[in-house]
Design a protein around this ligand. Structure first.
Ligand SMILES: Nc1ncnc2c1ncn2[C@@H]1O[C@H](COP(=O)(O)OP(=O)(O)OP(=O)(O)O)[C@@H](O)[C@H]1O
Ligand SMILES: [Mg+2]
Length: 218
């Protein structure tokens, strides 16, 4: 379970992107984060991922509160798939992109190899193992970016606009892939049809606050 209480995020230029926001992601839940451009979706995901510091409030996963001291442990529990896969893929081969996080955590190379292979096969992208992200399609890049996060075995998966630039076939593959992943998920998107298909609940943000929260089609 993820619990945010009275979270405020302020950028260095004083923009208040998240304003006293409280939100709970229950066990097993898939939540869509909706809202206009600038509503605060990306900022919220970055705050939960421990990338943006909180001006106020608390974020907890199960019994662990996000702080400077718990940051490394916290980051193992939440994985964020960035809006732009190019921000996540920067090694010469996809294999190394996927291994990168595990290597950072100091996992033995043998274990990393098993984890990478398992992740590649889970997402049906074993054929991309020795390719460079520079030469992949948008759909392939999206899957590879998901793999880099999945390999670290987080309990919560977060996605920022995962359907952006995908054609119908890649989008369908993404829907099926996400439905098969048993993790709790938070998905920031403008794609309502996608959100309805994949998520149990919609949370609408406006000016950094929760404006509305509802089940799809309600
Ligand atoms: N690095 C930054 N520095 C200052 N302000 C920022 C920064 N990034 C975002 N903001 C501001 O924070 C607010 C929330 O932006 P955010 O990117 O979180 O919105 P969003 O809901 O993800 O929008 P979109 O749908 O366009 O992706 C906006 O007012 C934006 O201008
Ligand atoms: Mg955004």
């Amino acid at each position: 379970m993820l619990k945010l209480q009275n979270v405020t995020v302020i950028y260095p230029d004083k923009t208040k992107a998240i304003d006293n926001l409280s939100f709970t992601l229950n066990a097993g839940e898939n939540v869509a984060l909706l809202g206009d451009n600038g509503a605060g979706k990306t900022s919220l995901l970055l705050a939960i991922a421990g990338v943006l510091e909180l001006a106020e409030g608390t974020i907890e996963i199960d019994d662990m509160q996000l702080s400077k001291k718990t940051l490394n442990e916290f980051r193992k529990r939440v994985g964020l798939v960035f809006q732009n896969p190019d921000d996540q893929l920067f090694m010469p081969f996809i294999y190394d992109d996927i291994a990168f996080g595990c290597r950072n955590f100091g996992m033995p190379e043998e274990q990393i190899e098993a984890r990478v292979e398992e992740t590649l096969s889970q997402l049906n992208i074993s054929h991309l193992r020795n390719r460079s992200s520079l030469k992949l399609s948008c759909g392939e890049k999206r899957m590879a970016a998901i793999a880099t996060v999945l390999a670290m075995n987080p309990s919560i998966l977060m996605f920022d606009e995962p359907t952006a630039y995908l054609d119908q076939k890649a989008r369908r593959l993404l829907v099926d892939t996400l439905k098969n992943l048993q993790h709790e998920k938070i998905i920031a998107t403008h794609d309502i049809a996608f959100a309805t298909e994949v998520c149990d609940r919609m949370v609408i943000l406006k000016n950094g606050r929760v404006e509305n929260s509802a089940a799809p089609n309600s």
